[in-house]
Design a protein around this ligand. Structure first.
Ligand SMILES: Cc1cc2nc3c(=O)[nH]c(=O)nc-3n(C[C@H](O)[C@H](O)[C@H](O)COP(=O)(O)O)c2cc1C
Length: 374
């Protein structure tokens, strides 16, 4: 696996831990991943929900909590730390400015097309990386930034339909071959090449969504990705900042438990089913008491449940009033292990796959292969 170069920022291993809200990836998980040589990412969405008085002043609470988590992560690691901010949240700009003030290495922006760059970020050293789900969307952003700001993003995350959390595809399109991650990675790499040439820089394409094993990493890298973004795999680690019940919910889950719901964000959300999920799928509503309106797209007077509350409750281990987001591969988790052991496993899986493919391509037996590698 080659190191990753994002706008001059060197990352030892091309593994990016996906930002996971609400309160799933905070300083604990992010610093552990950064210590292993990957990029650790704090999710800013709903990050202040544990702060007393959140309901009265969600903006201030989010700002306080984000600053605190970035500082805590910095105390625990000298590695690369990022923040994930959803464009769909009403305090997007606040969270972006805090991240820049705290000099995080990278900001990942998803849940919307990150076209307009807010004022005041021109001179920051922070790298900006949008998340898209198609080559078309990537091109739109790159073209817009190039024409308007004479710059382009430092990298791009392309996320396929098998990811945990919000899915940028219609439910019925999730399994269509034209939407496979491998296919959209190839298309995006092609689209970005023109901008790499124009600006004479390297712009890594990072693939996410259903990337769980080292074998998955090998496959998306063969398709042209320079890095991977993995969320689900890191949930069942000791260092993940969520309750043990949340982690055990992954371990207990089966393939059939992982399902899509309609999220008030306006997109499908992938979750592990439970009674709460079945209720909303059957048209029942849950009391919504929204004093803050955290999402630009949420019509809180009409939505059947509050997504922020449901995710926060689950993060705290309260599954009577919530559910967990999870990727299609969440059921593969067998036990809770350390982030270090997770990296070791991923490496073993990756190199086993690489060796297998090399053997197959070269028609070598294992002894011949070993000799060749010496
Ligand atoms: C529990 C969970 C919470 C997530 N929360 C967010 C979020 O708040 N914002 C966001 O942009 N993506 C979120 N994601 C998506 C991840 O950042 C990442 O892109 C995704 O997990 C990659 O797919 P994978 O889960 O198959 O590895 C979440 C994913 C999970 C599993």
């Amino acid at each position: 696996m080659k190191p990753l170069n994002i706008g001059g920022l060197k990352v030892e291993l091309p593994i990016i831990q996906g930002g996971m809200g609400v309160c799933v990836s905070l300083s604990g998980l992010a610093s552990a991943v950064a210590n292993e040589g990957g990029i650790g990412v704090i999710s800013a969405v709903g990050i202040g929900m544990k702060v007393p008085g959140y309901r009265k002043n969600f903006r201030e609470s989010n700002k306080i909590a984000l600053r605190k988590e970035i500082r805590k992560a910095r105390e625990k690691t000298a590695g690369v730390i990022g923040v994930n901010i959803m464009l769909a949240v009403t305090d997007f700009e606040d969270l972006l400015h805090i991240s820049i003030e705290e000099k995080v290495d990278i900001v990942f922006v998803g849940a919307g097309l990150f076209l307009k760059l807010p004022e005041g970020i021109e001179n920051s050293q922070t790298k900006f990386v949008p998340k898209v789900s198609s080559a078309r969307a990537a091109k739109l952003i790159f073209k817009y930034w190039s024409e308007k700001y004479d710059r382009v993003p430092d990298a791009i995350v392309v996320e396929g339909p098998l990811c945990g959390g919000h899915v940028a595809f219609k439910k019925e399109d999730v399994l269509l071959p034209q939407n496979s991650l491998i296919k959209i990675v190839k298309e995006t790499v092609k689209e970005i090449e023109a901008f790499e040439y124009q600006y004479n820089i390297e712009i890594p394409v990072i693939a996410g969504g259903g990337v769980y094993t080292g074998k998955d990493i090998y496959e998306v890298m063969e398709a042209g990705a320079k890095g991977v973004k993995m969320g689900t795999r890191f949930v069942t680690t000791n260092e993940c900042d969520v309750s043990e019940k949340f982690k055990l919910n992954y371990i207990k889950s089966t393939k059939n438990d992982i399902t899509l719901i309609d999220s008030p964000v306006g997109l499908p959300g992938r979750v592990i089913t439970n009674d709460f999920v079945k209720d909303i799928q059957n048209g029942k509503t849950k009391p919504v008491n929204c004093p803050w309106k955290c999402l630009k797209t949420c019509d809180y007077k009409k939505v059947p449940f509050c997504i922020a509350e449901a995710l926060f409750n689950a993060a705290e281990g309260n599954f009577d009033n919530g559910f967990s987001f999870a990727g299609t591969n969440a059921y593969l988790a067998e036990k809770i292990i350390s982030v270090e052991e997770t990296f070791n496993q991923i490496m073993r899986e990756y190199y086993a796959e690489k060796k297998y493919i090399d053997l197959r391509n070269n028609k070598l037996n294992r002894k011949e292969y070993a000799n060749k590698m010496q």
